[in-house]
Design a protein around this ligand. Structure first.
Ligand code: PLP
Length: 322
């Protein structure tokens, strides 16, 4: 079940559209060139999480692309309309009637009992139809994939794959739009298919100068619970943001919560060996939240016990964030 709400000046609260009928012109440059931007966020019980951070990043992506998009309050109104329609929609399967949020676990086949109170909210803006100079913008609300809930619970086998550029390229080549969340995700999806064909669940990209970057749809995080001398520490590290990666809203929120809880925080450079030496590594994002990495290229990261312990500690911190 998917709800679509277009941002339309004639409809201040947004215009509901039938997701099963054609709604975008075939000449829209989002379709013909992948020329647009998006955000994916989680709504829990009808409330979007980290909404300001997502709207801020959407606005940075729009500026980077030279794309004029609707103001934040117009997005807020459309998101409210979409989440209200989703909550009122018939259940996806045989769950209790009357709420898109209120199905039983059986309705999504999810292993996560909380999954049915969650929904995926996508904010999308394209450069619009060729020649029209009017962006197309809409909000989409749909169920969370059961695969994401499984990743949170069971963890991931990850493969390192080259992205093919050096970690200092972003500053030299702004036209590559690195660090913007553009619709051009075909390469990211191809990397995931490559991993699946080779028995892995997900990917961590590395740069030409052999630094760790990010996943195709996630940020990378590693933890140490002892230093080189064996003394206990609590240290979280993520790759430096000027390596052309997307600044993760989940990583940002988790760092703020972890700092308050006494963790030391650091930004890369991170090498593949740093990942293998870590006590735990995660792929984190708004939808999958915190997915522990069990193995990288077949090598186990830390131990199952430490991974589980740290994952539950950090997941509790992340759950406190808005
Ligand atoms: N990096 C990439 C390439 C992504 O696509 C995403 C999320 O989709 C992230 C990082 C994590 O971002 P966030 O935590 O804001 O979801």
């Amino acid at each position: 079940m998917t709800v679509l709400v277009f941002l339309d000046p004639a409809h201040p609260a947004g215009r509901l559209a039938d997701a099963g009928s054609p709604t975008i012109l075939a000449t829209d440059q989002g379709v013909t060139r992948g020329d647009g931007i998006f955000e994916s966020l989680l709504a829990v019980n009808g409330v979007p999480r980290k909404i300001q951070a997502h709207l801020d990043r959407l606005s940075v992506s729009a500026r980077t692309m030279g794309l004029a998009i609707p103001a934040a309050e117009v997005w807020h109104a459309a998101i409210t309309t979409a989440l209200t329609a989703y909550a009122a929609a018939p259940p996806r399967d045989s769950g209790p009637a009357g709420s898109g949020f209120a199905g039983t676990s059986a309705s999504t086949g999810s292993t996560d009992p909380a999954a049915d109170s969650q929904a995926v909210v996508k904010l999308i803006a394209t450069r619009g139809p060729e020649g029209a100079n009017t962006p197309t913008a809409w909000v989409q609300v749909s169920p969370v994939s059961p695969a994401l809930a499984k990743q949170r619970a069971s963890g991931l086998a990850v493969m390192l794959l080259e992205r093919g550029y050096d970690s200092d390229l972003a500053a030299r080549a702004p036209w590559l739009l690195m660090g913007a969340k553009t619709l051009s995700y075909a390469v990211n999806m191809a990397a995931l298919r490559h991993a699946h064909e080779h028995g892995a669940d997900d990917v961590i990209f590395t740069s030409g100068d052999e630094l760790v970057l990010e996943g195709p749809t996630s940020s990378v995080l590693l933890a140490h619970i002892s230093d080189d001398s064996g003394a206990p520490v609590k240290r979280l590290i993520t790759p430096h943001l000027d390596t052309g990666i997307l600044p993760g809203t989940t990583q940002g929120a988790l760092f703020a919560a972890a700092k308050a809880a006494g963790w030391e925080l650091g930004y890369g450079p991170v090498t593949p060996d740093d990942l293998l030496d870590a006590d735990a590594v995660w792929l984190i994002s708004s939808l999958r939240l915190l997915a522990p990495v069990n193995t990288i290229d077949g090598q186990e990261i830390g131990t199952a016990e430490i991974r589980a312990e740290l994952t539950s500690e950090l997941a509790a911190l992340l759950a406190q964030t808005q």
